[in-house]
Design a protein around this ligand. Structure first.
Ligand SMILES: Nc1ncnc2c1ncn2[C@@H]1O[C@H](COP(=O)(O)OP(=O)(O)OP(=O)(O)O)[C@@H](O)[C@H]1O
Length: 270
C-alpha cells in the first residue's frame, strides 16, 4: 500500500467510468500511487489503458468517478496552479497569430505576473530551450521540434512544481526526439521539477525516468512500478547500451505484454 502523505503527486484510489445512453466504459479501475518531489515518473501502458483519461483527471479537466488526485497536498478540482502540461500536438497548442515570445508569455499574462518579470521569464525560458533568437518569429516559421521547444519554454516560464507531458515527442523525428529528451532531462535537474511523463515508448521511459509506472489495460490499475537505478547522468549512447538498461527495458516490455494478453483474453471471452 502506498502512503500518499507528503508526496508531490498523490493518486488516491482514482477511478473513472464514462456513462452514456448506449454504453458504460470503466476506463480507470483503481489507480493508487504517489510521486515524490523531484521524481521523474514515466507512465506507460498499452493503447486504451486510460492514460489520456488519467492526464485529464490529473490536470483538473475531468472529474473522477471516485477517488482523487492531489498536487502538493491540494485536491485537484480544477487546473492546478502548480502544474504545467505539454501535449503531443504542439501545432494545436501554440497560437499561430502570436509570436513565439507572446506564446510563452501567455500563461504569465493570465496569472497577472508583472510585465518586467514576464519579460525576464520569457527571455530565460527561451534561452533555456535554445531559442533565444526566435522570440519575434511566429510558430509556423519554425520546425516541429522547435515548436515543441516553444511549448516546453512556455511550461517552464510558468515555474510549475509539476510538469506533465503527454506523449510530447511522438510527432517528431528520432534525432529531434533524442535532443528534446536530453533538454527535458536538463530542465528537470536545473529547475528541480517533478515530472510525470506519459509515453508509448518503453526505451524512452527507461532512458528518462527515475521510475516507470506500468499501467494495465482498462479498467486500469498499476501493474508494475519499476525503480530505474541507472544513475542521474544519462547519455543517449552509453546509457542505452548498458546491460542494466536492457534488463529494465525487458521488465517493462514484459509488463505491457502481460497487460495486452489480459485485455485480449477479456475481449475473447465477451
Ligand atoms: N469520452 C469518452 N466516452 C466514453 N469512453 C471513453 C471516452 N474517452 C475514453 N473512453 C474509453 O476509455 C478507455 C481509455 O481511453 P483513453 O483514451 O484514456 O486511453 P489511452 O491509454 O490514452 O489510449 P491511447 O494510448 O490509445 O491514446 C477506452 O476504452 C476508451 O474507449
Amino acid at each position: 500500500m502506498t502512503d500518499n502523505n507528503g508526496s508531490m503527486v498523490a493518486v488516491d484510489h482514482l477511478s473513472k467510468t464514462y456513462f452514456s445512453k448506449t454504453r458504460t466504459v470503466q476506463a480507470i479501475g483503481d489507480l493508487h500511487f504517489d510521486v515524490a518531489a523531484g521524481d521523474f515518473a514515466c507512465v506507460v501502458g498499452p493503447s486504451g489503458a486510460g492514460k489520456t483519461t488519467f492526464i485529464k483527471c490529473l490536470s483538473g479537466l475531468l472529474e473522477p468517478t471516485s477517488g482523487s488526485v492531489s498536487i502538493n497536498g491540494k485536491k485537484v478540482t480544477s487546473p492546478p496552479a502548480d502544474m504545467a502540461v505539454v501535449l503531443q500536438e504542439y501545432g494545436r497548442s501554440l497560437f499561430p497569430w502570436k509570436t513565439v515570445g507572446r506564446n510563452v508569455e501567455l500563461p504569465l499574462s493570465e496569472n497577472k505576473t508583472p510585465k518586467a518579470e514576464r519579460e525576464r521569464r520569457v527571455r530565460e525560458a527561451l534561452e533555456a530551450v535554445g531559442l533565444a533568437d526566435a522570440a519575434d518569429l511566429y510558430p509556423w516559421q519554425l520546425s516541429g521540434g522547435m515548436q515543441q521547444r516553444v511549448a516546453i519554454a512556455r511550461a517552464v516560464a510558468y515555474r510549475p512544481k509539476v510538469l506533465v507531458m503527454d506523449e510530447p515527442f511522438a510527432a517528431v523525428d528520432a534525432q529531434t526526439r533524442a535532443d528534446l529528451e536530453d533538454l527535458v532531462l536538463r530542465l528537470w535537474k536545473e529547475l528541480s521539477l517533478t515530472v510525470l511523463f506519459v509515453t508509448h515508448d518503453i526505451d524512452e521511459a527507461v532512458y528518462l525516468g527515475t521510475r516507470v509506472i506500468v499501467l494495465s489495460s482498462s479498467p486500469t490499475f498499476v501493474l508494475d512500478d519499476v525503480r530505474v537505478d541507472l544513475g542521474a547522468e544519462r547519455s543517449q549512447v552509453e546509457t542505452r547500451s548498458e546491460k542494466r538498461f536492457a534488463d529494465l527495458r525487458a521488465r517493462v516490455y514484459g509488463g505491457i505484454q502481460r497487460a495486452k494478453a489480459k485485455a485480449n483474453a477479456v475481449t475473447a471471452a465477451k
